[in-house]
Design a binder for this molecule. Structure first.
Ligand SMILES: [Zn+2]
Length: 495
């Protein structure tokens, strides 16, 4: 079934075997390559076996197909299977794979684009897709294999006993109802509303029916965090997939980065996309379609977000707003501090003096402070002027610094938007330094503000947008936060 050598002869045999050429041309080409092999200095029994198997079709039946479980629902190219040292023709004869052509009816099956390019090669016309090249070339003369031989086995889990707030319960029931009707839904929940718990009932229902669920998240650092939480709450094995690491544990529950969905075809009974706004979904049709094609026909798609884009809001059948945090307190509203010097020199003595006062007013109350900066360069400069620690995506010891801040080894940390979401610190205040900078979109400002007051024992805190002017993003962010608070009051949800 497997072969150990990975000489280029083997992929070449498979490419010919699975080409569109007629049988006679195929046999000739196989012979030519075999001739090259015999002329070379290599000797490898597996090259010889594969050649004779492909040429004469005589090979044994495979019995143990358990290894395929890891790959169920995924689409592979010849090269990808060869890299895994799998004899593709064995899978085909055992009906474990569906051979699919990714260019069909002048359209790309992988990304649904019609932006195709054709050229003539020696034996035929070859067409490929110009839009999804980043995910592996989709070409008319190159088929893909869909691993389709699997049964949905039950997987073991316990139903979490987590009490939901009334609002969480309404949202949770709505998702269950919508999913039964195959409707797509958006839960637009404020930061700290407890949106993960909202999907628990739905997950339990699907797992009970041995259905296959995917929870997709844009950022890989959140994949692990979310997985360990759900694993614990459900006592469930989880298949974990992101660019650097793939763990298949034979469960019906998958957590992966959104990009991984591109490799699946009509496989999941349910896809939930968390933090959908952090995904380059907006305007990126390749990724959007790539995600939808991973769903079975008619299966429901669910989005969770605190800051959904207009496009997402419009794309779903149902939107539910959850305006209150799980602990029943209103969102802290940011204050704006304007300093004209920002328009000339953002590190002027006056600006830094005021910043120092803001810092001290937090630290004197024994609170900690995150100072958000728009760029790495500004962060480095500010760290130099103030002597506080700074983290960005480029900081090598960033986990140590974040842990140090969490453990209160120091109580002021300068950061780029890498800490905009995902992490929770108690007794936290926030300054957004140079908040009029274009990095700070409305969504970013709402997410940043959403870091404050997340714990029931510390439900508020100070948020200061410190800048030279009042931008549209700042106005809209504050307006939306206030709107959610008003909605919470209107629905009488405040404790
Ligand atoms: Zn494509």
């Amino acid at each position: 079934m497997y072969f150990s050598s990975n000489l280029e002869f083997i992929p070449a045999f498979f490419h010919i075997h699975y080409s569109n050429y007629d049988e006679k041309i195929k046999k000739n080409l196989l012979d030519e390559i075999y001739q090259e092999y015999t002329d070379s200095t290599f000797t490898d029994i597996e090259v010889e076996q594969i050649f004779f198997e492909l040429k004469y079709g005589n090979f044994k039946e495979i019995i143990d197909l358990k290894f395929l479980n890891s790959y169920r629902g995924r689409i592979f190219s010849i090269d990808q299977l060869v890299k895994k040292k799998i004899k593709i023709h064995y899978l085909e004869k055992a009906n474990c794979i569906e051979v699919i052509s990714t260019i069909r009816d002048s359209k790309c099956l992988m990304c649904s684009s019609k932006n195709l390019y054709s050229y003539y090669a020696s034996f035929d016309k070859i067409t490929y897709c110009l839009d999804c090249i980043d995910f592996g070339i989709s070409k008319s003369n190159e088929i893909r294999f869909l691993i389709n031989n699997y049964k949905n086995e039950p997987c073991h889990f316990t139903i979490p006993s987590i009490a939901l707030s009334d609002q969480q319960k309404i949202a949770s029931d709505l998702l269950v109802e919508n999913s039964k009707a195959n409707k797509s839904s958006l839960i637009w929940a404020v930061c700290g509303a407890g949106k993960t718990e909202i999907i628990y009932k739905l997950i339990s229902n699907y797992l009970k029916e041995n259905k296959i669920i995917c929870l997709a998240i844009p950022r890989k650092d959140i994949v692990n965090e979310l997985a360990s939480r759900i694993k614990k709450d459900f006592s469930l094995e989880i298949n974990l997939l992101h660019g650097d690491d793939k763990k298949f544990l034979g469960s019906n529950f998958y957590i992966m980065t959104c990009h991984q969905l591109f490799h699946y075809y009509k496989f999941f009974d349910l896809i939930i996309v968390d933090e959908v706004d952090a995904f380059p979904y907006n305007g990126n049709d390749v990724l959007e379609y790539g995600m939808k094609k991973a769903l079975k026909d008619q299966a429901p798609l669910i989005f969770l977000s605190a800051t959904p884009s207009k496009k997402i809001k419009k794309s779903v059948d149902s939107v539910y707003k959850l305006p209150i945090r799980y602990h029943g307190n209103l969102l802290p509203v940011p204050n704006l501090k304007i300093h004209k010097d920002f328009n000339k020199n953002i590190f002027s003595t006056n600006i830094l003096d005021t910043l120092d006062k803001i810092i001290r007013s937090s630290t004197n109350k024994n609170r900690r402070l995150l100072i958000f900066v728009p760029t790495i360069k500004i962060g480095e400069e500010l760290a130099k002027s103030t002597a506080y620690n700074f983290v960005s995506s480029k900081t090598e010891n960033r986990n140590d610094l974040i842990e140090g801040f969490r453990n209160k080894k120091f109580n002021v940390l300068i950061t780029t938007t890498i800490l905009e979401r995902g992490l929770t610190f108690d007794y936290l205040d926030i300054v957004v330094f140079h908040s009029s900078h274009k990095t700070f979109s409305k969504e970013a400002l709402i997410q940043i503000s959403g870091r404050v007051g997340r714990k029931a024992y510390d439900p508020s805190g100070s948020i200061i947008f410190y800048s030279g002017e009042h931008t549209k993003a700042i106005k809209s962010a504050i307006k939306e936060i206030k709107y959610m608070n008003e909605l919470a009051k209107y629905r009488k949800l405040v404790k």
